[in-house]
Design a protein around this ligand. Structure first.
Ligand code: FES
Ligand SMILES: [Fe+2]
Length: 331
């Protein structure tokens, strides 16, 4: 497989709005990173003062440099120490690690290595759509959180009434699983309009639903109607620390005059309710997994994407790339 290593990828770590006049701390694969606005734009440094290792993110930004709250050492956007208050004479050289950082469409991206090219943003990138940006955190792993977003079968239980109706009625649905280097998707057709609150408020007739995973940790959902895309979401997931997944993403709606904006406004709070419901089950699974004996979760007959998500995360080609499959399920 010729995809570059994960460290060479831009990873979404924060919303631009998070990084204002104060520094903002994020965790990326267990590493603390401080984001701040320096004289050269957005900067990302290892969040640890070179002197006594205090969190720089608890300090202040002064003229585009970050000042440690302990003895006031200052670091510029490249991580170079520029001031040691009280010191007379030539400045000794100290520095903290700097990461590549950029902002695109209201989101801050950081790369651990040297990224090439532009970050992937969302599934409707470049189209005339309405977007809302969201950030959330869940006690889980990237694979469990990604699978949760893409899993159509939990909605009847976890999101009863919100994404699905209250009745137990199901419909025969066709699922087509395809994939390629760094991605796998499931496309659901034949579904009747969903009876949950979100669908009734925001959707007309649905023609297809697509759930897609992209390397290294991107989960996206697309709801298509007769007139094209209705709603979509792209979530960039990353392991913050061992037990916490953070997601930064976009909620995307079709532009339909003022109505589109109203829908987009309604989508976010409803989406947040769904997120809370998912957070509860994921935390339950994460806590419960710790009890001995250690077991692997079962991959059931409807878990079409799990093995391929895990292959993609390991940098391998998903099996759906060479063997696309079609299934019938009741949804
Ligand atoms: S610990 Fe940061 S200045 Fe001393
Ligand atoms: Fe869910």
């Amino acid at each position: 497989m010729s995809l570059p290593a994960k460290k060479e990828f831009w990873q979404a770590v924060a919303l631009s709005a998070d990084v204002g006049r104060k520094p903002w701390r994020v965790l990326l694969d267990g590493a603390p990173i401080v984001l701040f606005r320096s004289s050269t734009g957005i900067s990302a440094l290892f969040d640890r003062c070179a002197h006594r290792l205090v969190e720089l993110s608890t300090g202040k930004i002064i003229q585009g440099e970050i000042e440690c709250p302990y003895h006031g050492w200052r670091f510029d956007g490249d991580g170079r120490c520029t001031a040691i208050p009280g010191h007379v004479g030539e400045m000794p050289h100290y520095r903290v690690r700097r990461y590549h950082a950029i902002e695109r469409d209201g989101v801050v991206f950081v790369a651990v290595g040297t990224p090439s090219g532009e970050p992937y943003l969302h599934c409707m990138q470049g189209k005339d759509v309405i977007v809302r940006r969201v950030r959330s955190s869940t006690q889980s792993t990237v694979i469990d959180a990604a699978e949760n977003i893409l899993d159509a079968t939990h909605t009847h239980f976890t999101h009863k009434g919100l994404l699905r109706g209250l009745s137990a009625k199901r419909h025969l649905v066709r699922v087509e699983v395809t994939g390629g280097e760094g991605w796998v998707e499931a496309c659901y057709t034949g579904e009747e309009r969903q009876q949950g609150l979100i669908s009734r408020l925001l959707e007309g007739e649905r023609t297809k639903t697509i759930g897609r995973f992209r390397y290294p940790g991107i989960a996206e959902l697309e709801y298509w109607g007769k007139g094209g895309l209705v709603l979509a979401t792209t979530f960039h997931l990353r392991q913050a620390d061992e037990r916490t997944v953070e997601g930064v993403g976009w909620l995307i709606g079709q532009r339909q005059g003022g109505f589109g904006h109203l829908k987009a406004l309604a989508f976010k709070p409803l989406f947040n309710i769904a997120l809370g419901q998912d957070r509860r089950v994921l935390k339950s699974a994460s806590d419960n997994a710790l009890f001995p004996p250690q077991v692997l979760p079962a991959i059931g007959p409807l878990d079409f994407l799990r093995r391929d998500i895990s292959a993609i995360m390991d940098g391998k080609m998903p099996s759906a790339a060479t063997e696309p499959s079609v299934h019938q399920i009741e949804l």
